[in-house]
Write a protein that binds this ligand. Structure first.
Ligand SMILES: NC(=O)c1ccc[n+]([C@@H]2O[C@H](COP(=O)([O-])OP(=O)(O)OC[C@H]3O[C@@H](n4cnc5c(N)ncnc54)[C@H](O)[C@@H]3O)[C@@H](O)[C@H]2O)c1
Length: 249
């Protein structure tokens, strides 16, 4: 129960990695605000079934008003905001000459601008508390090239350097900013790209990961507990690769 007494706001908590982090944070004793543009009922039910405390706020995190609403809801409900996990993100998968301006807005609007806006809204609360943890769920696509994902790579590259910049800017205020770079996680993200994680695509990705396994949301949740808890007291500005060895190649 290393997060006992803490309040966490997890974005994109309706499913996938965000859901995995929300469940684990609640199991570690945190009060968890699950934020998503889709209902988080499944996440909330699982947290309540395991005896945890959670609440839900619906928000489109590409919109500044919704971002402010999510942070305001958290502080009104629980009085604090100790841990912010910027996890909501999405991608398209096509060559640059087929990408559109709408794709650019769609992907960067939440993945990069949404992450920056969440930080902007949370920082005044954390500065007042003189403490806080911000954990950006970035990607190895923020530090490596992935063909046919130009917008996603640009957005995640932005999140990677935003993490470093904010770590330096906010460390004097007792606020830690770090990121996790997953490689391939078994979530519905790939379905939405029209590339479900099955068949030859799954075989190809599994073979590309040095440990020859794709990861599960719980594999990201453990490191997210570390970055939110007392064992990372001296950790600032780290991009923690949780990638089965991908970036070591
Ligand atoms: N799955 C992977 O292999 C993988 C690898 C590296 C990084 N990531 C990153 O991890 C994060 C989570 O990915 P996932 O695989 O769990 O994806 P997912 O699609 O399963 O979950 C993403 C969640 O974010 C929510 N969301 C999307 N846009 C939103 C918006 N505008 N406002 C509010 N909520 C919004 C969705 O409703 C969804 O519940 C993303 O930032 C993704 O880029 C995923």
């Amino acid at each position: 129960m290393v997060l006992e007494g803490k309040t966490a706001l997890v974005t994109g908590a309706a499913r996938g990695i965000g859901q995995g982090i929300a469940l684990r944070y609640a199991a570690e004793g945190a009060k968890v605000v699950c934020c998503d543009r889709n209902p988080c009922q499944d996440t909330l039910e699982q947290i309540k079934a395991q005896g945890g405390e959670a609440a839900e706020i619906r928000a489109d995190l590409s919109k500044w008003e919704d971002v402010q609403k999510a942070v305001g809801f958290t502080t009104e409900k629980y009085g604090r905001l100790d841990i912010l996990v910027n996890n909501a993100g999405l991608t398209t998968r096509c060559p640059i000459d087929e990408e559109t301006m709408e794709h650019w807005e769609f992907v960067t609007g939440v993945t990069l601008r949404g992450t920056w806006m969440m930080c902007k809204a949370a920082v005044p609360v954390m500065k007042k508390q003189e403490s806080g943890r911000i954990i950006n769920i970035c990607s190895i696509a923020g530090v490596r090239a992935f063909a046919d994902q130009s917008i996603y790579c640009a957005a995640k590259g932005g999140v990677a350097n935003l993490t470093r910049e904010l770590a330096v800017e906010l460390a004097p205020f007792g606020i830690h900013v770090n990121a996790i770079n997953p490689s391939i996680v078994d979530t519905p993200l790939f379905d939405d790209q029209g590339n479900p994680l099955v068949g030859d695509f799954l075989k190809e990705l599994t073979a590309a990961v040095p440990c020859h396994k794709i990861s599960q949301p719980k594999d990201i949740a453990g490191p997210a507990v570390f970055l939110a808890g007392p064992d990372s007291e001296y950790v600032y500005g780290v991009l923690l690769n949780v990638d089965g060895g991908w970036c070591a190649k």
